[in-house]
Design a protein around this ligand. Structure first.
Ligand SMILES: O=C(O)CCC(=O)C(=O)O
Length: 233
């Protein structure tokens, strides 16, 4: 299955339908060059200063900066997609995680996984999270564009992806890839000469049934400064 792909003027209903069917979707060029340039400039010192990963999951040539901060009205499509996926099953949505993933040259493929596995909720379960991977550099098959398995959000718990079912998320800088917490995915190997940088913003459910699910970014308050990430998220 391919990843559904849209232009920036896509209707929320079309993104929402794609998430129901494929568990993932790309919206190309959702923010303009100037916005993504400003964001990159703000985040660059934090990425430069960050240590690289130290295990198979985090990677050995990948830098992760947490605490990108806050929701803003500037990306209503992202919030709308999160609400459309999650709100039918809970009281409210909340910010779950905000971090950049800068995959360095030479990094290997990350273990393929689905993010809702961290909550140990037995199947069948409602959608628990929506992740939005904003491309701060172009995402290509060569530089580690997120490996994605469209349709896998509907699989039974004991089914794992075959190699032939995994595709690379290919999208220009300024685009966003949405994927459900149930969709199998992982960072790709970076066989290029430069970093592949993505800003990963996750939303999850708050309150009601499964209301114990908390947000996963302990640095939201501690590390954040106004500015950078509130430009688009
Ligand atoms: O960097 C990516 O493309 C995906 C990262 C990811 O899935 C993770 O770290 O959990």
């Amino acid at each position: 299955m391919e990843m559904p792909r849209f232009n920036p003027d896509v209707a929320l209903a079309d993104v929402s339908a794609a998430l129901d069917e494929a568990g993932c979707a790309i919206v190309e060029n959702l923010v303009d060059e100037a916005t993504i340039d400003a964001l990159a400039t703000d985040l660059e010192p934090a990425i430069d200063a960050r240590w690289i990963g130290v295990d198979e999951f985090a990677g050995f040539k990948t830098k992760r900066v947490l605490g990108l901060m806050a929701l803003s009205a500037a990306a209503p499509l992202a919030l709308g997609a999160a609400e459309a996926l999650l709100l039918p099953h809970c009281d409210a949505i909340q910010l779950h995680v905000t971090h950049t993933v800068a995959i360095g040259p030479g990094e290997k493929t990350q273990m393929i996984h689905h993010d809702d596995g961290i909550w140990y909720v037995p199947d069948p379960k409602p959608p628990l999270a929506l992740h939005c991977m904003w491309a701060m550099t172009d995402f290509t098959a060569e530089n580690g564009g997120t490996q994605m398995v469209p349709g896998s959000h509907l699989w039974p718990a004991d089914r794992e992806p075959e190699e032939s079912e995994i595709i690379s998320t290919v999208m220009p800088r300024g685009s966003v890839a949405f994927y459900s917490g149930a969709t199998w995915h992982g960072g790709g190997a970076n066989n290029s000469n430069g970093p592949r940088i993505g800003a990963l913003i996750g939303y999850n459910r708050h309150g009601g049934h499964l209301g114990w699910i908390d947000h996963g970014d302990p640095y939201v308050v501690l590390e954040d400064k106004p500015g950078a990430s509130s430009r688009i998220f």
